[in-house]
Design a protein around this ligand. Structure first.
Ligand code: SAM
Length: 81
């Protein structure tokens, strides 16, 4: 199973996805903040989630591609308001 976390931020949802798909799955995090995403990936790899990767980019130009290529494109929005 392949999953894409659109706006992956610090990678909390990516970690849950990685646990769900297991070592033979695929988890890609996409975020416009490359530094944050690379830090998230480093932490995930350090936890042994080698099925994870990160791509820096803007979701608005990639969402249709994501729907075509992944089983579970996921975007979680959090707000304090
Ligand atoms: C609340 S965080 C997401 C947290 C993440 N889903 C988690 O639970 O670990 C929102 C993220 O969306 C990213 N973001 C906002 N607009 C974006 C865009 N147009 N393209 C890609 N990433 C975007 C921000 O950089 C931020 O890291």
């Amino acid at each position: 199973m392949g999953c894409l976390d659109v706006g992956c931020g610090p990678g909390d949802v990516m970690r849950l996805m990685a646990e769900r798909v297991g070592p033979t799955g695929k988890v890609v995090g996409l975020d416009m903040d490359g530094n944050l995403g690379r830090e998230a990936l480093s932490a995930l790899l350090g936890m042994g989630h080698h099925q994870c990767s990160f791509a820096e980019g803007d979701m608005q130009s990639l969402e249709q591609t994501a729907h075509d290529r992944f089983d579970l494109p996921m975007r979680v929005s959090l707000s304090n308001t």
